[in-house]
Ligand binder design. Structure first.
Ligand SMILES: NC(=O)C1=CN([C@@H]2O[C@H](COP(=O)(O)OP(=O)(O)OC[C@H]3O[C@@H](n4cnc5c(N)ncnc54)[C@H](O)[C@@H]3O)[C@@H](O)[C@H]2O)C=CC1
Ligand SMILES: O=C(O)CCC(=O)C(=O)O
Length: 395
């Protein structure tokens, strides 16, 4: 039974046949929402970290890769939720609804309707129709947002590192070009070394005075000191962020939400289900779907055992593995292999029993494979399927 450390809340009721939750310091797997995964949990035991959500900036991916720990996320699972919150924030940017609601609640006595209507001049809003929205980051959320804004009658411009094949968005070559034209700038980028402070003093100078910047990507995409200076100097009008920071509080030019983008019943349930399924499939079968550091690999588990290899990709690696398997007389019944950047991942379906491997030989096989240069993590898995006959190893 695998030991899982759930840093945030997860309902694992349906998965208790494979794993149990335990607050151990050396878990086999970590489940996490947006909390930081401490490096201390990245021990030899740690097979995977599963992030319920898309952003993996709270996980030390490099350390996980070196440790042979797969990191999973849930691309697209909360994209609609974030899109809808950005739309809600765009509408809230042009119509002062909350102030109008609060003021109306304060009114009392007779002739309420007449009194309320007399306040309307204070709450005149604007319209999104015909305005220009600039979307920076045209991934799962950005694309959905672009379509919705187009259908609201907005001019939609955008920027993505690699241009996308999209209808309804005029893609520009630089962020600065977007900033010069947009009434609303929406940040929907992941946080990485390449995107940290992607909005800094130089970029704020390019923005329109009436513009609103909406940051639903990550707080650190914005250089906060430069942002506060730019707002003070009136370089742009308003900042809406989903990422609270105390230096942003009590500033009438800033609206702060408590990281609500993916916080809908639907998105939370989509993300958690995918996370738990990814976790079970990897623990039981070594299957890799939507990992940010392992290559994708999905091979039906049709054999009594399988071996999985995560390794530094080098030309003779596979010849070395085959030589060891031959030495132990082990067949490769089926295999699937894939690479990503400098690493590779291979699943080999095999049969240790039919080939009369004793428990000792099984250990020797594991040791010989683990010792191959470049091997980061080797796993030997028994088929969990109840349909296969129960196999007994000879002592
Ligand atoms: N506020 C919230 O609750 C949520 C925030 N997010 C944030 O939004 C980000 C985007 O989410 P998705 O659209 O689902 O991810 P995605 O991976 O589908 O899209 C990200 C896009 O950014 C582009 N990109 C990456 N680096 C870039 C750069 N340096 N310059 C320009 N473009 C670049 C990629 O090519 C991709 O098209 C997440 O990484 C996360 O940080 C995501 C979900 C919820
Ligand atoms: O709602 C959450 O837990 C996190 C959403 C988010 O920021 C993401 O998916 O990257």
């Amino acid at each position: 039974m695998y030991q899982i450390n759930a840093i945030d809340d997860f309902d694992v009721t349906e998965f208790t046949d494979t794993f149990q939750l335990k607050e151990t310091t050396a878990p086999d797997a970590v489940l996490v929402r947006s909390s930081v995964v401490p490096d201390s949990l990245i021990t030899n035991h740690l097979l995977l970290v599963a992030r319920s959500g898309i952003g993996t900036n709270t996980i030390n991916i490099d350390a996980c890769t070196k440790n042979g720990t797969a990191v999973f996320n849930t691309p697209g699972a909360n994209a609609n939720a974030v899109k809808e919150l950005v739309l809600q924030s765009l509408f809230a940017s042009v119509r002062p609804l909350q102030a109008a609601i609060d003021a109306t609640a304060e009114l009392s006595g007779d002739q309420l309707q007449a009194k309320a209507e007399a306040t309307r001049h204070q709450f005149v809003g604007g319209e999104l129709y015909g305005k220009t929205v600039g979307i920076i980051g045209l991934g799962a959320i950005g694309q959905r947002l672009a379509n919705s804004c187009y259908h609201l009658g907005m001019q939609v411009i955008g920027y993505n590192r690699s241009p996308k094949n999209l209808q309804h968005v005029q893609q520009l070559e630089t962020i600065e070009e977007v900033l010069q034209l947009a009434d609303f700038v929406v940040l929907l980028l992941p946080l990485s070394d390449g995107t940290r402070h992607i909005m800094a003093a130089k970029q704020f100078r390019e923005m329109r005075e009436n513009a609103t910047l909406l940051n639903f990507g990550r707080g650190e995409l914005v250089d906060q000191d430069a942002l506060l200076t730019a707002l003070k100097q009136g370089q742009f009008h308003h900042y809406v962020t989903d990422f609270p920071h105390r230096d942003l509080q009590h500033n009438s030019a800033v609206t702060i939400l408590p990281h609500l983008g993916g916080n809908t019943i639907e998105a939370l349930s989509n993300s958690a289900n995918i996370t738990l399924q990814n976790t079970r499939d990897f623990l039981e079968a070594g299957t890799i779907r939507s990992s940010v550091n392992f290559p994708t690999a999905d091979l039906p588990f049709t054999s009594p055992q399988r071996l999985t290899f995560f390794y530094e990709d080098r030309p003779t690696f596979w010849a070395d593995v085959t030589a060891v398997l031959n030495q132990f007389g082990l067949p490769i019944l089926e295999m699937m292999s894939n690479t990503r950047d400098t690493v590779g991942y291979t699943i080999v379906n095999t049969n240790l029993i039919e080939h009369h491997l004793t428990i000792n030989q099984r250990t020797e096989l594991q040791q010989a494979l683990s010792a191959l240069p470049g091997m980061i993590r080797l796993r030997m898995l028994d088929n969990p399927s109840e349909l296969l006959p129960v196999l007994e190893l000879q002592p």
